[in-house]
Design a protein around this ligand. Structure first.
Ligand SMILES: Cc1cc2nc3c(=O)[nH]c(=O)nc-3n(C[C@H](O)[C@H](O)[C@H](O)COP(=O)(O)OP(=O)(O)OC[C@H]3O[C@@H](n4cnc5c(N)ncnc54)[C@H](O)[C@@H]3O)c2cc1C
Length: 447
């Protein structure tokens, strides 16, 4: 029987390898850590979360919540580990990152069909690797030259780079607790998991002025300032207009300051980084200000006046291919059909999307290894919509990685009433899984 090879033990690679094994097919998983690390990875464990500890909303009314529900239905290892290492975060699914990575590593090591090879694949597209069966390259957005140079050769100059940014983390003991309040937006979920730092109109204007003038880290000559729209640095958002931040990461709607009984002019939300609540992430505050400028500007937020930074915001590289032009509908390279791309490098954006796309790459690699044709999930599902975005049908001229969102879903059937569509599309998505999974003879829970 064929053996599938997976390169990269991140979110996509682990999910892919475990999916292959769940199909009864043997798999070799190459992970270069701890021998080599990308600039953002630090932990020797697999499936490391390099920035936020959040898998975002867990509400099925959101596209990412729906995608998670579909992953659970498919027996996703990522979702199972996230559930077991969950920390409170209102309506979001957030985890203790160390426990999560440890559990994912243990899950991989415990699977008798997975062979974990702790080595860097120096030639990830070597035809020799595909002799035993399909190969899944899941080397992530910070893949080294061994991947990116080979990909440029295979995919042409459509192999693009862009940059997004990390949000700072502060310690709880450095916060002025008298100047913030605990609450979830719209009081969703039990308790108040977020710490909210309110600003008056005057404080917001002073913050904005300082932010616009602050020093930024200059992009290196080979770096283009092309950011992912869903993860813009705060200074870039601020430059788009005085109200952009209060409609974005500083939006006060749904938050009432219990001390005044009123909605503040602006709010910075802090989300716990760990179950102990010793560190907090500034939600949506990714930035490429210099370290000195971050200290000066962020301390203008009253509750952060004495903030100690456990991590500063930073820019980072993100490598991905122009998926609709270089991949087939199953995310195999057109120039090398034995090779799938999985995770962020395939053109999805985000932890959940990387794991979900990896899951399906694993499913298809296993199908090929078993002599079956690859398949796609129904187009109306969250996963089907995400994969369709990567597919040749996407004619966008300027392809850019995307989070899952309802904009990727098919349009409503003719005659659907506008106000019924938000719930209607979720029902359609949920209803089509059952028949599809039965058609491909797939058990709906973990195998
Ligand atoms: C700095 C940064 C911050 C991010 N922050 C967030 C965030 O907060 N929230 C979010 O949803 N998404 C975030 N992303 C985007 C993205 O969702 C994550 O990067 C996600 O981890 C992508 O999953 P992946 O499996 O594609 O890659 P990764 O999780 O990066 O996994 C790739 C793995 O491959 C290994 N590897 C690489 N090359 C080789 C090789 N040649 N041989 C063997 N092993 C190799 C690496 O060591 C790594 O373990 C961020 C990305 C970056 C770069």
């Amino acid at each position: 029987m064929a053996v599938v090879t997976v390169i990269g033990g991140g979110l996509a690679g682990c999910e892919a390898a475990l999916r292959v094994a769940a199909n009864g097919v043997s798999v070799r998983l190459f992970e270069m850590k701890p021998g080599s690390f990308s600039p953002a990875h630090r932990d020797g464990n697999l499936a490391e979360l390099v920035c936020s500890n959040s898998f975002r909303s867990d509400e099925a009314s959101s596209a990412v919540g729906l995608l998670k529900a579909e992953m659970r239905r498919l027996g996703s290892a990522t979702m199972a580990a996230a559930e077991r290492t969950r920390v409170p975060a209102g309506g979001a699914l957030a985890v203790n990152r160390e426990d999560f990575a440890r559990l994912m590593t243990e899950t991989v090591l415990a699977d008798p069909l997975v062979e974990l090879v702790r080595e860097k694949a120096e030639r990830p597209f070597d035809p020799g690797l595909a002799e035993g069966g399909p190969v899944i390259v899941a080397t992530g957005p910070l893949a080294g030259p061994e991947t990116t140079e080979a990909l440029s050769g295979l995919a042409g100059r459509e192999n693009l780079h862009f940059y997004d940014a990390l949000a700072p983390i502060v310690t709880r003991d450095s916060l002025d607790m008298g100047k913030l309040f605990a609450a979830n937006r719209y009081d969703e979920g039990p308790g108040g998991d977020y710490l909210n730092c309110p600003l008056s109109q005057g404080e917001f204007e002073a913050f904005l002025a300082a932010l616009l003038e602050a020093d930024r880290v200059r992009p290196r000559p080979f770096e283009s300032e092309r950011y992912f729209e869903g993860c813009l640095p705060i200074e870039v958002m601020a430059g788009r207009g005085p109200r952009t931040l209060t409609f974005g990461p500083m939006k006060p709607v749904g938050l009432t300051d219990p001390r005044t009984g009123r909605r503040p002019a602006a709010v910075v939300q802090l989300r716990p980084e760990n179950a102990a609540g010793t560190h907090y992430n500034l939600v949506g505050f990714q930035t490429r200000l210099t370290v000195g400028a971050q200290e000066r500007v962020l301390r203008l937020i009253p509750a952060l006046r004495g903030a100690k930074f456990a991590r500063y915001g930073a820019i980072h590289r993100n490598s991905y291919v122009d998926a609709p032009r270089v991949l087939d509908p199953f995310q195999r390279l057109l120039a090398k059909p034995g090779f799938f791309l999985a995770g962020q490098i395939s053109g999805v954006e985000g932890y959940v999307e990387s794991a979900a796309q990896g899951l399906w790459a694993g499913e298809n690699a296993a199908r090929l290894a078993r002599g079956l044709e690859p398949v796609l999930p129904p187009r109306a599902t969250a996963l089907g919509s995400l994969l369709a975005y990567l597919g040749p049908g996407n004619e966008a001229r300027d392809f850019c990685p995307s989070n899952v969102n309802f904009g990727l879903f098919p349009p409503p059937p003719p005659g659907t009433r506008k106000r019924e569509w938000p719930t209607g599309r979720i029902k359609i998505a949920q209803d089509c899984w059952g028949p599809f999974l039965r058609e491909i003879a797939y058990a709906e829970t973990n195998r």
